[in-house]
Design a protein around this ligand. Structure first.
Ligand SMILES: [Fe+2]
Length: 295
């Protein structure tokens, strides 16, 4: 297996290894897992992807999420991200599918709004537009390491509230349905996720984050905005230009990402599997003290 760095200090393409190898060979899994811990974003090119293979690959890294209410694929282990409507035609720009893509264009990490956040997301390109529709990544680990030590220390002891409705309401009121809001109440996480394998800390931030525990709403929002701007500063990102057969996986503990727009009349179909974080991934240290969680 060859590891070819593709981004500024993080993100790597893996060559000489396939999804099938990782799914069925322990040594291949171990090598890819080590690269995942180190590089945060892994790119596999020219893969022959089926839903079954993508799930078998993903399961190696931990328990798969069941897709939430309100998403295409609900109840399965797959999230279908598409602009193709039930009639086989590309949906208009004000359709819920298209608005959801716009919400994906805000910087975020997947599933920070869930009761169990995600370790990794695995995304495969099934139908891609001729141009646009890239996915852009930043390292919140490198962003954390760029902060001054006093702020690092403060953030390591700070907690932020995350709410799915917060990110969706930035795109359109009511984009998160009452059913989704009821299923996804706000959750609170430490603002720094320390990787238990290598001890490196990362900012845990997302468009879903709306408040910081113990700060006024204005001050908390200002801090979240300031950290997001620092984490996404120009020149710090890796832009993945999708080709057919691409699979990208990323560490939701140590990155943020956003989708990039593409011409509205062009079809795009991507399939995501998402693996929940477990204690071995440092999850327990992310929980707030009990008195804060009770609020
Ligand atoms: Fe995402």
């Amino acid at each position: 297996m060859d590891i070819i760095p593709v981004g500024p200090g993080f993100a790597a393409e893996l060559r000489g290894v396939t999804l099938n190898d990782v799914a069925y060979d322990d040594a291949a899994y171990k090598a890819v897992r080590a690269a995942f811990e180190e590089h945060s974003v892994l790119v596999f090119r020219n893969q022959e992807v089926t839903d079954e293979l993508q799930l078998a690959f993903s399961r190696r890294f931990g328990p798969p999420e069941t897709t939430k209410v309100g998403s295409l694929g609900t109840g399965s282990h797959f999230v279908i991200l598409t602009t193709i409507g039930p009639d086989g035609k590309v949906v208009p720009p004000d359709h819920r599918y298209a608005l959801r893509n716009r919400a994906n264009q805000l910087w975020h990490t997947d599933s920070s709004f869930k009761r169990t956040p995600a370790l990794t997301s695995v995304l495969s390109a099934r139908i891609i537009p001729a141009r646009g529709g890239e996915t852009e990544y930043v390292s919140t680990r490198l962003a954390f390491e760029r902060l001054d030590p006093a702020l690092q220390d403060k953030l390591a002891h700070s907690f932020a509230w995350h709410d799915y409705n917060h990110s969706r309401s930035q795109i359109a009121e009511g984009l998160a349905t009452p059913e989704e809001r009821a299923a996804l109440p706000p959750v609170c996480w430490r603002m720094v996720w320390k990787n238990p394998v290598n001890g490196r800390s990362a900012l845990y931030l997302a468009s879903h984050a709306y408040a910081v525990e113990g700060m006024s709403p204005e001050a908390g929002k200002a801090l979240l905005d300031e950290l997001t701007a620092a984490a996404t500063a120009p020149g710090t990102g890796y832009m993945h230009e999708w080709k057919s057969g691409d699979v990208v996986m990323w560490d939701n503990r140590a990155t943020m990402h956003r989708g990039r727009p593409w011409p509205a009349h062009e079809a795009r179909l991507m399939v995501r599997t998402t693996i929940s974080a477990t204690a071995a991934d440092g999850l327990e240290s992310m929980r707030p003290p009990a008195q804060q969680a009770a609020e």
